[in-house]
Design a protein around this ligand. Structure first.
Ligand code: PMP
Length: 393
């Protein structure tokens, strides 16, 4: 029995893909040309699967701020937030996030994964309960498993099932953390947060919402699904990332609970890792400001979302349940999803292939996502690539 034996299924899939000349996982971007174009496998393609929702990765102001930070502060902090790695700009970014979310407290993490995983593993421990949506992101699952709380899953977006499980907990609900995402990353569907908040208020417990995908996208100020649903007061903790709408890397948690300042000192993914580099913090701060100053980016994002969604539907593809900047095409036959991914790439559209267990359910997804930086012509080119797949039956 070798340590490597358990990886055999992965070895087999890789061999299978190589035999048909496709490597959808970790395909190498040889050159990045703009927020929406790159050279992949020697071809110029439209990037149709990034999370660059507002298209800010090449914004001149963000780039200038990052360059200046490198000149003035160096390439890295070489230390944890808890030791030598808290620079004044980390503190400023925390203040700006707290202000943006209109909350009292904020923590900046090195990645979104560290934020979600860290909060999930720290807030609820042995003897506590986590009740989470079954389709939660890996970072949520990893965190809650690490924390040692009892884990209860409810059916994806099923509030009646959530309620049933909270009811069954009886008094233990007091020590319960409910975790959901605002917008789900694979299908782009939104949590019914108004109903979830109502159930939470009735039964008790605390609510954490991962707004990784909805920042800058939804709500009057762009604070996400909770803001759009008008239930921010019922949300105890919001976590999210700088790696999508803000075009960098890093993560955050914001809350009105003053205890967050104590929790900070117990989060291992915050303590035992180097803090975000000065350039990352600098571009993130500018992106956070630009996101608020340029509502037209959001308008463009949603125009593109509607265009791609309507176009794919018209072509006869099975698309996600609701219009969203994330538009996933569902394919039941795994081999077909692999073949189509490769053909789309050849036709100039680079989308994400997602296969079980990463996709919710037993089917594969061609996960497309749009950016405010896509032109209508580019969206139409993505649609042309899908049309070239031919019969969608
Ligand atoms: N939460 C959700 C819902 C996500 O989709 C992701 C990333 N895909 C993360 C957390 C982790 O964020 P990051 O990639 O910035 O670490």
């Amino acid at each position: 029995m070798s340590l490597f034996e358990k990886f055999q299924p992965i070895v087999d899939i890789r061999a299978e893909l190589e035999a048909v000349g496709v490597m959808p996982f970790g395909a190498v971007t040889e050159k990045i040309l703009s927020p929406t174009e790159a050279i992949v496998n020697g071809r110029k393609v439209i990037l149709a699967g990034t999370n660059n929702y507002l298209g800010l990765t090449f914004d001149p102001e963000c780039i200038a701020a990052a360059k200046q930070a490198i000149d003035e502060l160096g390439t890295g902090t070489t230390g944890s937030r808890m030791a030598n790695g808290t620079f004044i700009d980390h503190v400023r970014l925390e203040q700006e996030l707290a202000q943006f979310f209109d909350r009292g407290h904020a923590i900046v993490f090195s990645t979104g994964y560290a934020a979600t995983m860290g909060m999930g593993s720290t807030l609820a421990g042995p003897g506590d309960v986590i009740v989470l949506d079954a389709d939660s992101h890996a970072s949520i699952y990893d965190g809650v498993r690490l924390g040692g709380a009892d884990i209860v899953r409810f059916r994806h977006n099923d509030v009646a099932d959530l309620e049933k499980r909270l009811r069954r907990l009886g008094e233990r609900v007091e020590n319960t953390l409910i975790i959901v995402e605002g917008m789900y990353s694979m299908l782009g569907d939104q949590a019914p947060l108004a109903d979830i908040a109502e159930v939470k208020q009735r039964y008790g417990g605390m609510l954490l919402v991962d707004e990784a995908h909805s920042l800058g996208m939804l709500g009057k100020h762009g604070r996400g699904v909770a803001e759009a649903a008008g239930v921010e007061d019922a949300v105890d903790f919001v976590v999210g990332t700088f790696s999508k709408s803000l075009g960098a890397t890093g993560g955050y948690c914001v809350s009105n609970h003053a205890e967050l300042e104590a929790v900070r000192f117990a989060i291992r993914s915050y303590i035992f890792t180097a803090s975000p580099s000065p350039s990352v913090v600098a571009s993130t701060r500018v992106a956070l400001r630009l996101m608020q100053e340029r509502p037209e980016l959001r308008d463009r994002l949603w125009e593109n979302a509607h265009r791609l969604y309507a176009g794919l539907k018209q072509l006869g593809f099975k698309v996600s349940p609701e219009v969203s900047p994330v538009v996933a095409v569902t394919i039941e036959d795994r081999d077909q999803s692999i073949a189509w991914w490769a053909r789309l790439l050849q036709a100039g559209a680079y989308v994400n292939l997602v296969m079980p267990p990463a996709s919710p359910g037993d089917y594969s997804l061609l996960r497309c996502s749009v950016s405010a930086a896509h032109s209508s012509v580019q969206i139409d080119s993505i649609l042309d690539a899908f049309a070239s797949l031919g019969n969608t039956e």
